[in-house]
Write a protein of this length. Structure first.
Length: 451
């Protein structure tokens, strides 16, 4: 990093940042309380609240949101006539999946090959630490020149909308001139990137029933309708031969204009096995940023180990559908449910239930905030120009904030570059990215205050 005083301060704070991220990662804050104790999430929320208080934040509060989780809020006053900036991150994390597949324990931050490994290290507990680093650097170099609000969500990964509904019920709480969402990421390590679009999403659970109970496959198989077989047929109908998403009534031909994603680089980033082809048509950027994408997240059926020779009476699946900007997530949900019901074979009974939903987002990249961020990133990443990329993931809160505060500028940055493997085993964060992005955020706050 250069001799910039802010950069020097952030560099000196990195050992503390690692210690704090170690503490935060240790909380098993998965907001699915059927799998993980609520006490773990509550403890993580308490940690964030204590950290804000230690930095001089006022009105620090644990907000009980309608989905049964807590979001952490704090306010740091700046100069009298200063602008107000909202900094967002979330402290909840995805489940670790198969803990045995992790090289090191998922809830123990571990340094290996120059990266820090642990669930939430990048997505998005690292984002909480990024905000703290940026503010500490400014405080050590002349002070924070803006009013700062921080909101750390407790259920972003579940898509249950608790913070969105809370914000709608308390519209004054998160009002700001500019909002920095610290839950995105660079296109790759060392390439400063703001995310200009997010796909929306919907989660639908489908249940198929055919029999009053399981039957012996030798005695009844061949005539008795198999619920698991019916479910497989339904799920297969969601893809064309080339793997493209095919939901009846949902178009999928949009093109991405902007930063492109090389096929071979994508194969490497996604760790696609040799000989296995990519799915869909168009460029990779088209497929992951500009078009719908369906994923079967899980199926309830007998496991292979212990399976009996039975015709299954019932089976269910959880289906995710990502939709690009310009597609209404509510309408997409209706289309997905109608498709699942229409493609259920043999007159089987089918029930669909929408359990999570969020709208797509498109930022105004021509705003002054983006110019201020570009200038800041040029300092934090010498010799690199800020890039604009899409992101296939969803952050439903963005649209809620855009609707509540139409004059606010929203920027998306963060630590989730491809090597981070968020949502997968062995998630990690690059400490260099944490350092550089903290510098960029600090300089952005200073630049935007002066704009």
């Amino acid at each position: 990093m250069s001799s910039n005083p802010v950069a020097e301060t952030v560099a000196s704070l990195m050992p503390r940042a690692k210690a704090e991220l170690t503490e935060l990662v240790a909380f098993k804050s998965v907001a699915d309380f059927d799998q993980f104790p609520k006490s773990e999430s509550d403890a993580a929320a308490g940690w964030v609240a204590d950290a804000l208080r230690a930095e001089g934040f006022e009105d620090v509060a644990l907000l009980d949101t309608p989905d049964g989780t807590q979001s952490v809020y704090g306010y740091l006053p700046g100069p009298a006539d200063a602008k107000t900036i909202l900094l967002y991150a979330h402290y909840d994390v995805q489940p670790p999946l198969d803990e045995a597949a992790w090289t090191t324990p998922p809830f123990e931050l571990t340094e290996r090959d120059g990266r820090w490994y642990g669930r939430g290290a990048a997505d998005c507990k690292g984002g909480v630490i990024m905000h703290l680093l940026a503010l500490r650097a400014l405080k050590a170099n002349g002070g924070v020149p803006v009013h700062v609000k921080v909101i750390a969500e407790g259920s972003e990964e579940q898509g249950t909308g608790g913070l969105e509904r809370y914000a709608e019920e308390h519209p004054e709480l998160l009002e700001a001139d500019t909002i920095v969402i610290g839950d995105a990421g660079n296109f790759r390590v060392g390439l400063p990137t703001v995310t200009s679009t997010l796909r929306g999403m919907t989660l639908v659970r489908v249940q198929i029933d055919t029999l009053e109970g399981n039957l012996h496959s030798g005695q009844f198989g061949g005539a008795a309708p198999d619920a698991l077989g019916a479910l497989i047929r339904v799920l297969d109908s969601l893809r064309a031969e080339d793997g493209s998403t095919t939901v009846d009534g949902l178009t999928g031909s949009s093109a991405w204009e902007g930063l492109q994603y090389d096929d071979e680089q994508f194969r490497k980033d996604a760790k696609v096995l040799d000989g296995v082809g990519l799915i869909g048509s168009g460029t990779v950027a088209d497929r992951i940023w500009a078009r719908p994408a369906v994923t079967v997240l899980g199926i309830d059926c007998p496991p292979v180990v212990g399976a009996t020779p039975s015709v299954q009476a019932g089976a269910r699946a959880l289906v995710s559908l990502r939709v690009p900007p310009g597609v209404d997530a509510v309408e997409a949900t209706k289309l997905l449910q109608a498709h699942l019901e229409a493609h259920t074979p043999w007159g089987a009974r089918v029930r669909t239930e929408q359990i999570g939903q969020g709208q797509a987002f498109r930022a105004d990249t021509t705003s002054p905030a983006y110019a201020a961020m570009a200038e800041a990133m040029a300092v934090a990443y010498p010799g690199q120009e800020m890039q604009y990329a899409g992101q296939g993931g969803s952050i439903p809160l963005c649209n809620t904030l855009a609707a509540l505060y139409p004059r606010a500028e929203i920027l998306l940055i963060g630590l989730s570059e491809p090597e981070a493997q968020i949502h997968a085993v062995n998630e990690s964060v690059s400490p260099e990215e944490l350092e550089r992005l903290s510098v960029a955020e600090a300089l952005f706050l200073r630049n935007f205050a002066a704009s």
